[in-house]
Design a protein around this ligand. Sequence first.
Ligand SMILES: [Zn+2]
Length: 230
Amino acid sequence: MLPHKKIHDISVMLGEESIDYPGDTPYSRKQLSAIAEGGMYDLSSLELSAHSGTHIDAPAHFMARGRTIDRYEIGDFILPALVVDIDDPDAVRPEAVAGLALQTGEALLFRTQNSASGTCRKGVFSECYVHLSPEAARACVAKRASLVGLDYVTIEPYGNEAFEAHRTLLQAGVLILEGINLDHVPAGRYTLVCLPLKMKNAEASPVRAVLLEWTDAAQACNHSAGKSRI
Ligand SMILES: [Zn+2]
């Protein structure tokens, strides 16, 4: 038993809460056989985008010959993480990042109004949501975050075809965690676990993302150990 106080599930439910990005393959689960209908077993098939629901983008998403999901160590998806509250109703700005005391390699997760309003888990795409500004993305790189997360299915503002925030982070080797739900997760320090599927050459993958909240004693102990908090 790990000495954690609580596990926060920050994933959205596929097929109910998840949001299909316009133009992407929508998530669907097709029932091929059903016991309730006289079948020997329940059996279903899935159709989805690599960016369906809560998911990680790797550099290959925007970079030619960029690093793919399978070329990471599993430990790269188990990280110390800082959850930060963002009040700005439009975007995460660099000012919100500048003053943070981020440890090198820590994940940075932004909890915006997308979580409180339910926009991040309402099942349909909305053009109005809090995004990550390119300047804030640059500030995250300067802070040497290893992963940046936002509580919406994309970090870009709607209709932006330059994908500057994606490019800035991925070019610097910073993973992007999109489609998380941070409602009911207080700002603070956690251990993030977000394991992708083991897929060859994938530029992204759905993940089950959780935050482990530690007891104060375990937190202090992890700090003095200075590395992985598991
Ligand atoms: Zn994505």
